[in-house]
Design a protein around this ligand. Structure first.
Ligand code: 6PG
Length: 246
């Protein structure tokens, strides 16, 4: 079956409607994967946007719509901080979702981001190999956010992570943040069955238009590297984030 990788764009009147739509798509992906393969593998995004989505998934009616014991959680990226840091993407997901639903601890695959970044990246690649074998991992769902500078996951403009074609996970120094980040690389992200960009807020309106309709300059706008090689690409936006779309 040829699956189009032309971005499918959905715009919602407000944040609540956006979160419900994203939760519906998450549940759809989960139940399809569990039916087909007995498990659902999802890489979560970090930052602030997905907080409300995770809280939505942890509450009814969504909470009861998936067998959480069959869900395997990964992360698209992580900050180089311990899991109890306020900066940790793992901690955010744990606070808003994982501690509220009956996931199996062995199915929560966080980055060991408290370790040296290079070590943590290599260890996470091993985690992926343990889960998916030695072929390029095909995650059922990758959830991504979008930074105002066009970054996604921790693929930041003009960093070495953008050109990585063989490693699945890299540690990358991000000059603009003056810190290291851990990230899945574009080949892994693009091999997912479904990729969702979840973007909200007026501050993202300009970069959304640039990424979707501007010149193809992925070194400047790394989110432009994201186009599934055989899967679905959904952009779920609220009205504010879609405000500059032509
Ligand atoms: C992270 C994220 C990152 C995020 C964007 C948008 O670790 O911060 O994975 O890619 O999705 O920076 O962040 P906001 O949702 O906070 O705007």
């Amino acid at each position: 079956m040829t699956v189009t990788s032309v971005p499918e764009l959905f715009i919602y009147p407000d944040r609540a409607a956006l979160n419900r739509a994203a939760a519906d798509e998450f549940i759809r992906c989960a139940n399809e994967a569990i039916r087909a393969r007995g498990r659902f593998t999802v890489a979560l995004s970090g930052g602030s946007t997905p907080r409300e989505l995770f809280a939505e998934l942890a509450s009814e009616p969504y909470r009861s719509r998936v067998d959480w014991s069959r869900v395997h959680f990964y992360w698209g990226d992580e900050r180089a901080v311990p899991p109890d840091s306020p900066e940790s993407n793992y901690r955010m997901a744990d606070e808003t979702l994982l501690s509220h639903v009956p996931v199996l601890p062995e199915n929560v695959h966080r980055f060991l981001a408290e370790e040296d970044p290079g070590v943590a990246a290599a260890e996470y690649e091993r985690t992926l190999r343990d889960s998916f074998g030695d072929a390029l991992p095909r995650l059922d769902l990758v959830l991504l956010g979008l930074g105002t500078n066009g970054h996604t996951a921790s693929l930041f403009p003009h960093t070495l992570a953008l050109d990585e074609k063989t490693r699945w996970v890299v540690a990358v120094w991000v000059p603009e943040l003056n810190t290291s980040r851990l990230t899945l690389t574009a080949p892994v992200l693009n091999h997912a069955a479904t990729i969702i960009f979840l973007v909200a807020g007026r501050d993202k309106a300009h970069v959304v238009e640039q990424v979707l309709h501007g010149p193809y300059v992925p070194q400047d706008l790394p989110a432009q590297f994201i186009h599934p090689d055989d899967g679905k690409l959904l952009w779920l936006l609220d009205q504010d984030a879609a405000g500059e779309l032509k």
